[in-house]
Each structure stands twice: as C-alpha cells, then as structure tokens.
Design a protein around this ligand. Structure first.
Ligand SMILES: *[C@@H]1O[C@H](CO)[C@@H](O)[C@H](O)[C@H]1NC(C)=O
Ligand SMILES: *[C@@H]1O[C@H](CO)[C@@H](O)[C@H](O)[C@H]1NC(C)=O
Ligand SMILES: *[C@@H]1O[C@H](CO)[C@@H](O)[C@H](O)[C@H]1NC(C)=O
Ligand SMILES: *[C@@H]1O[C@H](CO)[C@@H](O)[C@H](O)[C@H]1NC(C)=O
Length: 559
C-alpha cells in the first residue's frame, strides 16, 4: 500500500512543479533521516551511499533542479544531507523508510589560570593520574585552527594511537594537532577569527610560558589536557554553522576515532527527536565518545539554554579567581572597580572632566553607538556610556573618534555585576550596574564632575568566585523540563588562550594569545577534563565520566 501512496504524492508534486518551476537557486539543504531496513547493515561504504542515492532518484526532478547529495552520513544518523527544492523535500518525506526530512538549521558560536583554578597542578591529582590526557583524542567542531601556534607544540606528546584514521587537509600537523578537516566549501581551515584556535587550545593546548596579552594574565598557558591530541573539524563559517556541516564534522570525528568532542555552538530549542545534534550525539555516546556542548550566551533569561539532551554535558560559564582590573576614581574620592584588558603605561591619571551623554534621559546618547555623541562635547573628557546597545569595543572606538580621553561602560540592570576584560582602544573601565548607578548619582550631585581610570593589572578574584555570569544561558530545559540543564559551569569569563593573531597591535608585542569570555570558552574546559578522566579510566563510559564530573565537588571560596 505505502509505495502507491508515495507515488500519488510524487505525481502531485510533479504537477506543482510545472505550475511553479523552481530555479536551481531555490534548492536548499535538507537533512533526511532514514530507518535501516531490517536485516541490512551495509558493511561497504558504497553500499550505503547507493541506498541513500536511491531515494534521490525516486523523486521527480527536471534537469535544472536535480537533487544533489551533499553528505552521506555513516555514524551520526542513518541518512544524508541533500540539496533539494521544497517540493522534492515533500516528495522524499513520503517515501517508505524515510523518518524525517528537515531543512538544515543554523547554529551560532557562542576564553592561564583556569587549570589551577580547577585544581590541576603539576605532578599531583588528576594531571598526575591521567598523565595529562596522554593517548586521548579530542575532536573540536568549530571554525578553524592555527597550525604552528606555540600552544599546539607537541613536546612530550606521543604519536597518535594506532586507531586514529583522521587526516590533515593542510600542512602544519604534528603529534599534538593530528587532524584538520574542512566541511565548509570555499574557505580555508586556517583561522582568521580566533574562535576555534581559542577553544581547541583551552581543551588541549600544550603549555607555553609567558603567555599574556597587553602584559595581562601573564603566566604559563595550558589546556586542560595538555598531552592529549587535537583534531579540528571546521563546520562553521564566520560565526555560524549549518547543521549539515556539523553532522558531517561529527560523522568524520567518529570515523576517525576521537574519544571526546567539544562543540562551542548552539541552535534552536527542539524536541530531542527533531534535534539533529541530539540525535547525532546519541550515536556518538553509543560509540563511547564523550560530548561537551556550550549552554549558550542568552542569559540571564530563563529557558534560554541550548543543547538540552540528557546524554551530553551542557556547560554554563563562570568567573575564575582573577580579574584584569581597572578602577574608576571619581572626584569625590570614591574608587569603583571594573575591568579592561588594555592598560596603557603612558596614560597620566590626572582627573579629567566626566560627562554622561545620557544625562538628559536619552538612551540613544548614552549608548555611544556611531553618531550618538553628536550633541555632546567629549573632547579630552572621560565619557560614561551605558552597555547593552553596541559592541563594547566599538563603543570605545566611537568615544575615541569623538576625541574622548577615556571611557567608562556601565552595565544594564539585567547584566548586573557581570563584567569582562575587553581589548579596548582607549583607557577604559567596564563596571557593573551598581557601580554605574553610583557614578550617575555622583554626576547628579555636583555640576563639575571629574574622574580618571586607574590601571591595576592582573589581580586575584573575589570571595564569591566562581560566579555564574549573567550571559550564561539558564534553564529550565524546554524540551524536557524534568532534566536539569545546564549540567555544570566551567571557566568562561576572561579566559586566556591561543589566538590566530596578535591583538596587541598598540604595544607591538607578538604574543598571540587573547582573553575572551563566553560559554564557548567554558565548554572546552570540560571537554579537556573529560579527556583526563578517559585517560585515567579508559573503561569509563561517557555516562560514567559525566556522572563523575557532576558529582565531584568541593566547597570553595576564593579570597
Ligand atoms: C564542496 O566542493 C566539492 C568540490 O567542488 C564538492 O564535490 C562537494 O560536494 C562540495 N560540498 C559541499 C558541502 O557543498
Ligand atoms: C611574565 O612572567 C614571567 C615569569 O614570571 C616574567 O619573566 C615576564 O617578564 C612576565 N611578562 C610580562 C609581560 O609581565
Ligand atoms: C539623576 O538625575 C536624573 C534627572 O533628574 C534622574 O532622571 C536620574 O534618575 C538621576 N540618577 C540617579 C542615579 O540619581
Ligand atoms: C589593531 O587591530 C585592529 C583589529 O585587528 C584593527 O582594526 C586596528 O586598525 C589595529 N590598529 C592599529 C593601530 O594597527
């Protein structure tokens, strides 16, 4: 009966075609999930591809709109990704053996002292028991990588295990960086945005002395599993990744023999059976591969967490036990602490006029976005801006271009006291909401207000570290409210790790490290920890490792 129904629908679709001819441009990538016919196992690679192709040949097409196979998956799902028209997608859905047909989705990418903060120390504890991750392979599904970066040196890293089947599509691999694959056509896997280099080095970068940026966060940089191997699967371009490419990266990673996968990306909240990443990661864990995902940067709103499946580890972001401190000194002698990565030595910290372009109530003027300072004289002054409407570094550029001498950024009430150290282009301090409120009270209290920025360098954190950052996505879990998510927090604020270029072009140092923040930075910390546990306990399943991570803790208060 079923094939007949299928045929009827196919014909109906063919008719629609004639009325509304589709151009090749209208072809979209769909992910088609199939159910394996009973008793079939397709042991040969070409057998399964033939079977996949048989579905494409069963749907109507004209010469300019032939459906086109994009990826034939082997591990993550039984199925494939193909370029098709809407009508072809409808037609394929009605073929026997097709479980689901879904247009590919778009996922967004969401970074010295974090090892010791997590209790990892030379010659003791987990680093000792796990031999720093020796013998394990972490697959990072991300943007791209910087082969040859000092963090990817292979000192003390052995040859990859014999099960490794991966490859390097570009030059520059060694015993540390053992694989580079590109799943985004028309672009290189060599890093131009930093994200993949940062996440990969956080998980398993080797140790590098004197790592810093602008002289800040100086120390020995090390990934969590410094002797583990790394493989990069490029599935993202700029800041977004398509599900068909992510699945292709994961499919390769499984085939190649990774032990752990790290994915600092997230997409829409979906039912598990409709979520391609939930399905793919279920296949991965069945094969003994641990999967760490970022929780997302959409906090502090509730129900903002992504990557909700119970079999993966979903990681939120917290502060660590240090700050990169700049403080605001007001004319009334009050000192209010904030942060900035850029701390020039040649800034004389004499008190300057303090202005707040939003004093008359204009949120536009207070935003310090391009064009907003037209009616404020900021020349030579310290300018107070409100966060929330523009990129923090771009705000500084606007103030600098208008002749401002320094900038204070005050958080909105929702972001509260969560701040981060940014590579500002002028002397700056990013302060929390309460401190911003104090500064505004001072501005109201007198007509001649003055302030300056004090540079304090790298300082210890506060008693309350680790603190969940406001941007870290929150539960509850939308797909299944009974399952708590995120699972855990990891270091995700002001994280120093490898970068593709020197951001420090003002002082001219060559160091290619950067301090960045996000749940993208927290996720690879936990991927590295999972690799350490796998190395120490090769027989542990992903669920045992997840349980061990989530149920081991110590009460801590850093001072
Ligand atoms: C990438 O390009 C190659 C060769 O040009 C092609 O065979 C392949 O199908 C393309 N892959 C995707 C995902 O578009
Ligand atoms: C970083 O620390 C090392 C070792 O303590 C020191 O020799 C070096 O000068 C420091 N670099 C900076 C930029 O502070
Ligand atoms: C400062 O004064 C303005 C205008 O009177 C008022 O709207 C604002 O709430 C005051 N801010 C503070 C922090 O007192
Ligand atoms: C510093 O680097 C940034 C981004 O890489 C660039 O936009 C800026 O023009 C550079 N500044 C100088 C002085 O080279």
């Amino acid at each position: 009966m079923l094939p007949t129904i299928g045929l009827v629908l196919v014909l109906t679709c063919a008719t629609i075609f004639n009325v509304f001819p589709t151009k090749a441009d209208d072809l979209k990538t769909y992910i088609v999930q199939l159910s394996l016919p009973e008793g079939q196992d397709f042991s040969q690679v070409n057998e399964i591809e033939e079977w996949y192709n048989s579905f494409l040949s069963k749907i109507p097409s004209r010469s300019n709109e032939k459906p086109e196979m994009v990826y034939a998956y082997r591990h993550v799902i039984t199925g494939f990704a193909a370029k098709m028209s809407v009508d072809q997608a409808k037609a394929i859905k009605n073929l026997r053996g097709v479980v689901s047909v879904k247009p590919e989705g778009v996922y967004q990418l969401q970074t010295t002292s974090s090892p010791s903060f997590l209790g990892l120390r030379q010659g003791s504890g987990l680093w000792k028991d796990s031999n720093k991750g020796k013998g394990t392979i972490i697959g990072v599904i991300d943007t791209r990588i910087t082969p040859g970066h000092p963090s990817f040196n292979d000192n003390d890293v052995p040859l990859p295990p014999s099960r490794w089947k991966g490859k390097c599509e570009v030059a520059g691999c060694n015993n540390k960086l053992i694989g580079i694959r590109n799943f985004v056509n028309g672009s290189t896997p060599i890093d131009e945005d930093g994200h993949g280099t940062h996440t990969a080095s956080t998980a398993a970068g080797n140790s590098v002395d004197n790592a810093n940026v602008f002289g800040m966060a100086n120390g020995t940089a090390s990934g969590m599993a410094p002797l583990a191997h790394l493989a990069m699967y490029k599935a993202c371009f700029q800041m977004s990744c398509s599900s068909s490419n992510i699945l292709a990266g994961m499919d390769s990673a499984i085939e190649d023999g990774v032990n752990v996968m790290s994915l600092s990306l997230g997409g829409p909240q979906e039912e598990f059976y409709e979520d391609p990443l939930a399905i793919a990661t279920f296949s991965a864990i069945q094969k003994g591969i641990f999967v760490s995902f970022s929780a997302g940067n959409s906090g502090p709103h509730s129900r903002s967490v992504s990557n909700e499946a119970p079999w993966i580890l979903t990681v939120g972001a917290s502060t660590i036990d240090r700050r990169i401190r700049t403080s605001v000194l007001l004319g009334n002698k009050k000192v209010l602490d904030g942060e900035s990565l850029y701390q020039p030595k040649d800034f004389d910290n004499k008190l300057r006029r303090l202005v707040y372009p939003g004093k008359d109530g204009s949120t536009y003027a207070a935003s310090c976005i391009e064009g907003s300072l037209q009616h404020t004289d900021v020349k030579g002054k310290v300018v107070l801006c409100d966060a929330g409407n523009a990129d923090l570094i771009e705000m500084g550029q606007v103030v600098k271009d208008a002749g401002g001498a320094a900038m204070i950024i005050a958080n909105d009430i929702l972001s509260g006291e969560s701040i981060s150290a940014e590579a500002h282009v002028l002397p700056a301090s990013y302060v929390g909401y309460k401190k911003g409120f104090e500064i505004k009270k001072y501005l109201n209290s007198t007509s001649s207000t003055v302030a300056t920025i004090l540079f304090r360098g790298t300082v210890p954190g506060t008693k309350t570290d680790p603190e969940v950052s406001s941007f870290s996505s929150r539960g509850p879990n939308s797909a299944s409210p009974g399952i708590l998510k995120p699972d855990i927090i990891g270091p995700g604020v002001d994280i120093l790790a490898a970068w593709h270029e020197s951001v420090d072009n003002q002082t001219g140092t060559k160091a290619t490290f950067h301090v960045v923040s996000g749940t993208s930075m927290a996720c690879p910390h936990l991927a590295g920890i999972a690799a350490l546990l796998k190395s120490a306990h090769p027989d542990w399943s992903p669920a045992v490792i997840k349980s061990a991570i989530m149920t081991t803790g110590s009460q801590m208060n850093f001072t």
